[in-house]
Design a protein around this ligand. Structure first.
Ligand code: NAD
Length: 489
């Protein structure tokens, strides 16, 4: 078991209170590590360090090429430590090793993408109706607080740190209290690369105290948050009531995955299962509402049920595991409560709904892949984000009805459409109110494309060129080229 410290002002430190938290392997309940449990006071130290680093220009005054070089080195170090990071991610959040390996490579790719973009940030000159040289320049925002969830710990840290640093900001990152380990390993990488002290601070602690300090502290210029919609609303309120700091929010989803009768049947079956059960369904963009055209509905459900036994449950490090445990016993309780809600609402439980039996599962937070049919759009299991391996299948008759059901949600993060008719695909995607859409696939996520939601799935975008915009201020500069004095009196 390893005892970690957190990273403030270029040093590895304990929390001021000396409190720590035990991190457990969700598949076995074994202790994996301890980490500092910070409170508002620790956050204030980190924010002050970041403020000094920004105000002294320790990072923003470096050249863009130097920042790019740092980011490339971070990516390289992630790749060199990929095995260790992937295994640690599995032990901390439970996902299968193959998915963790993918996340680690993708995190390195994210740093590489923004390393490339660091040297391409530029403004413009503008013709104005006077004798001026007028231009627009882009500047870093300043001290950026970044709060991330537990489902993709290293990847979410990369999505936050890489664009912020490329743009010249300084950062205080708070991982989820449940899954802080790979972010603390990233702190070690950053320390070895000798980034100036205070430029990146990684502070572990609970949302209520440590997280809220980031939202209310007036020395923070921007807060970037990924997590639940209710938490996001609280953060936006705290940000507004303190210093109106900039806010970007990546929140929840209850995403429709729509299968038309003219889809490639086998591909759609696999896409439906992968969309719902990858990462145990603990994915903001999970296709947790499966809308299936009535004429193929029964055959489709039958085909899914035939494939369910292929989704092997187990410890993420065990060969062949396709689905691990849920992140915590409290989260499993929440998912199981939703399964009971589905049953009591009258939906038909066609598979799963319980914990797997057997010695290897007895100390972990496992829940079998669960499918409900006969779900109506009004049911809570069709409306609320369960964030676990629970798929709600809804029948539809017409394209109009499918679009109406798909959009009948407070969320607008992602959607999938399965059809071989390209005209229909384009028409349907065009009507769906969501920021991320796939046709004849589900889940692929690219560092080059903007990630984010419509409606209560948040605002702002991460990744791609759009992601860096969230970390830049825009300034106009007007240089008078006319020497005639101003005649206003
Ligand atoms: P959460 O909102 O409970 O916690 C997210 C983070 O916020 C954690 O670090 C937590 O400590 C912190 N936090 C909690 N309360 C806080 C408060 N009052 N003030 C400041 N910080 C606080 O979410 P979670 O359970 O960790 O993650 C699951 C949620 O995240 C789901 O709703 C999921 O859809 C969403 N999510 C969204 C995206 C996206 O890109 N849109 C990606 C991943 C997860």
């Amino acid at each position: 078991m390893q005892n970690y410290q957190m990273y403030i002002n270029g040093q590895f430190v304990s929390s001021v209170s000396k409190k720590t938290r035990e991190i457990l392997d969700p598949a076995s309940g074994e202790k994996v590590a301890t980490v500092p449990e910070s409170n508002a006071q620790d956050m204030q130290l980190a924010i002050s360090a970041a403020r000094v680093a920004f105000d002294k220009g320790l990072w923003r005054k470096t050249t863009a090429a130097d920042r790019a070089s740092f980011l490339f080195k971070i990516a390289q170090a992630i790749r060199l430590n990929a095995k260790m990071l992937a295994e640690l991610e599995v032990k901390n959040c439970g996902k299968p090793l193959s998915e963790a390996e993918f996340d680690v490579a993708d995190a390195a790719g994210c740093f590489e993408y923004y390393a490339g973009l660091a040297t391409k940030i530029h403004g413009e000159t503008v013709q104005v109706p006077a004798n001026f040289m007028s231009m627009v320049v882009r500047e870093p925002i300043g001290v950026c607080a970044q709060i991330i969830p537990w489902n993709f710990p290293l990847l979410m840290a990369a999505w936050k740190l890489a664009p912020a640093l490329a743009a010249g900001n300084v950062c205080v990152l708070k991982p989820s209290e449940l899954t802080p380990l790979t972010a603390l390993e990233l702190a070690k990488i950053i320390h070895q690369l000798e980034l100036p002290a205070g430029v990146v601070n990684i502070v572990t602690g609970p949302g209520a105290e440590a997280g809220e300090e980031l939202a209310i502290n007036t020395n923070v210029d921007k807060i970037a948050f990924t997590g639940g919609t209710l938490t996001g609303k609280k953060i936006a309120t705290m940000a507004a009531n303190s210093n109106l700091k900039r806010v970007s929010l990546e929140l929840g989803g209850k995403n429709p995955n729509i299968v038309f009768a003219d889809a490639d049947f086998d591909a759609a079956v696999d896409g439906a299962l992968f969309g719902a059960f990858a990462n145990q369904g603990e994915v903001c963009s999970a296709g947790s509402r499966l809308l299936v055209e009535e004429s193929i509905h029964d055959k489709f459900v039958e085909a899914m049920l035939k494939k369910i036994p292929n989704i092997k449950l187990g410890h993420g490090l065990k060969t062949g595991t396709k689905m691990g445990p849920l992140v915590s016993s409290a989260h499993r309780d929440k998912v199981e409560a939703y399964i009971q809600i589905g049953i009591s609402e009258g939906a038909k439980l066609v598979c799963g709904g319980k914990r797997p039996e057997g010695e290897e599962f007895k100390n972990g937070n496992f829940v079998e892949p669960t499918i409900f049919t006969n779900v109506t759009p009004q049911m809570r299991i069709a409306r609320e984000e369960i964030f676990g391996p629970v798929l709600s299948v809804i029948k539809f008759k017409t394209e109009e009805e499918a679009v109406q059901i798909a959009n009948d949600t407070i969320y607008g993060l992602a959607a999938g459409v399965w059809t071989q008719n390209v005209t229909r695909a384009t028409r349907v995607v065009g009507q769906i109110r969501a920021g991320i859409t796939w046709v004849n696939h589900y889940h692929p996520t690219f560092n080059e494309l903007p990630w984010g939601g419509y409606k209560q799935s948040g605002h702002g975008r991460e990744l791609g060129m759009y992601g860096i915009e969230e970390y830049l201020e825009t300034k106009q500069i007007n240089i008078n080229l006319d020497t005639t004095p101003i005649a206003w009196y």
